[in-house]
Design a protein around this ligand. Sequence first.
Ligand SMILES: Nc1ncnc2c1ncn2[C@@H]1O[C@H](COP(=O)(O)OP(=O)(O)O)[C@@H](O)[C@H]1O
Ligand SMILES: [Mg+2]
Length: 263
Amino acid sequence: MYLKMIISITNQKGGVGKTITAINMAAGLAMQGYTTLLLDMDPQGHSTIAFTDSDEIDLTNYEVLIGEVTFPEVIIPTKIEKLYLAPARISLAKLESKLLGELDGHFRLKDKLQQIKDNYDFVIIDSPPSLGLITVNILVAASYVLIPIQSSYFSLEGTDDLLETIEKIKRRPNPGLQILGVLITIHDHRTVLGRDIVHQIKRVFGKKVFRAVISQSVRLEESPAYKESIFTFAPSSKGAKEYKQLCQEVINRVQQERATKSY
Ligand SMILES: Nc1ncnc2c1ncn2[C@@H]1O[C@H](COP(=O)(O)OP(=O)(O)O)[C@@H](O)[C@H]1O
Ligand SMILES: [Mg+2]
C-alpha cells in the first residue's frame, strides 16, 4: 500500500529554494524507504539536471502532457534507490500556449497522474516561478502545497497572490488541497534581520511554519552541480540535518492528517 501523497513545492517567486527543497526532500524521503517520484514541472529543468545528464533524456513531461506518450514512458530511475524522476526541459515552456483554450486545460496534469500516482508514496512536484497555467495544473493535481519562503527582507511580498490562487483552486477544482506547511529557506540566523524575518513569517503563518529552518549554506548551493543530494554530498552538514528534519516533519504531518481523516 502506497501513501499516494502529491506534494507541490510552490512559490511564484524565483530563487526562494523550491528546487533545492524538491531535490532534497525527494531524495530524503526515498532514502527513508518511501518510493518517491520527483516530477519536474519547471521548464528550466533544474531538478532534472540535478539527477541526470540532459543527453540521457529523450522524452519529457511535455510529451506526456500534450498526450503523445504516457508517464511510464518518460519516468527514469535515479542513482538513489526508490527515487524516480519525471524530467522536464525547456520544451515545457510551450505547454501553456498548447493548453490555452482546451476544455481540460487546468486538469491535464491531474488526469495524466491518475495512471501512476498509486505506484508511489510521494510525488514531489517542483514548480516554475509563476502563477500561470502550469502552476494551476500543479495545484489542481496536488494533495498538499509546501511553500518555501526565503528569509529575506521582501520575503512575504507576493505571498498574498499565492494564497489567493490556492483559495480559488480550493473553491472549485480541488477542495481537498491543503497547505502542508511553510518552509523558511536560505536563512542567516546570525543577523538580527534574519531573526526578525523568522518572527514575521511565524506571525503570519503560525503553526504552519515547519520547525526545520534551512540555513544559508555553501554545501547546499554546491550539491546540485555535482548531481548529488545533500545527503550524499555532505552527509554531516547542517543542510543535511535540516532537510532530514524537514522530511521527518513532512512524514509526521501527512500521517497525522491521514489518521484524522480515517475517523
Ligand atoms: N539554503 C541555501 N543556501 C545557499 N544557497 C541556496 C540555498 N537554497 C538555495 N540556494 C541557492 O539559491 C538559488 C535559488 O535556489 P533554487 O532552489 O534554485 O530556487 P527556486 O527553485 O525557487 O528558483 C540557487 O542558486 C541555489 O543553489
Ligand atoms: Mg527552481
